[in-house]
Design a binder for this molecule. Structure first.
Ligand code: GRF
Length: 207
């Protein structure tokens, strides 16, 4: 099977991007990152991508603040396709993906979310979990659909919420698991191990 090619989109620090790039470097993940795109000009993820020798590009999402649509969406699609990517990895990309891009990459866009979905979608999920009084939090890797954090789940990792947790300590514990979960989910795709039982329900094939 040919190597899976990934376009990584991110708006922030890019620690999840680093976990994927390192897994590739260590030979733990047979994949290639063809491009890293950010909607934030000075995002750390772009600097980190350049250090890995990966093509890193800022593409504005304007005039919108929370979504990618219109001309910006066309530019994203053009650059991603030009890079040769067959999957899109959202690694802290803070914009909603609209139907045109979703259609161009149907079931080929992955996101990582810092909660055990469907609990606590949206922003600052670890704070939501803490305030709610939940005893477990975690992260979810899922395919992206038209909803916010609603697509079919590939895998989840749980962490306990401790009595003395702050938002910061809980987020840090979740991020440790994110950095394991994201490369693992991509590896399952690269090795063709995922099977859709229904439109929502994905299982891992073990031969
Ligand atoms: C992660 O917590 C991820 O779950 C969320 O955005 C954050 C990105 O962090 N979607 P980083 O930029 O990968 O460090």
């Amino acid at each position: 099977m040919s190597k899976i090619k990934l376009a990584v989109l991110g708006s922030g620090t890019g620690s999840n991007f680093v976990s994927i790039a390192e897994a590739i470097e260590k030979g733990e993940l047979d994949a290639e990152i063809t491009i890293v795109i950010s909607d934030v000009e000075d995002a750390l993820i772009l600097e980190r991508a350049a250090k890995f020798g990966i093509n890193a590009k800022y593409i504005s999402g304007a005039p919108f603040k929370t979504k990618i649509e219109g001309d910006a969406e066309d530019k994203y699609i053009e650059e991603i396709i030009k890079s040769g990517a067959d999957y899109i990895v959202l690694a802290g990309f803070m914009r909603i993906i609209k139907p045109k891009l979703l259609k161009a990459f149907k079931n080929r866009i992955l996101n990582i979310h810092p909660s055990l979905l469907p609990a606590f979608p949206g922003v600052h999920s670890w704070e939501q979990a803490l305030e709610y009084g939940a005893k477990f939090a975690g992260c979810t890797v899922h395919f992206v659909d038209e909803g916010t954090d609603t697509g079919p789940i590939i895998l989840q990792k749980a962490v306990p919420i401790l009595d003395d947790d702050t938002a910061k300590s809980l987020h840090a514990r979740i991020q440790v698991q994110e950095h394991i979960a994201f490369p693992e989910a991509i590896r399952l795709i690269a090795e063709d191990k995922l099977k859709f039982l229904t439109e929502r329900r994905i299982i891992i094939k073990y031969e």
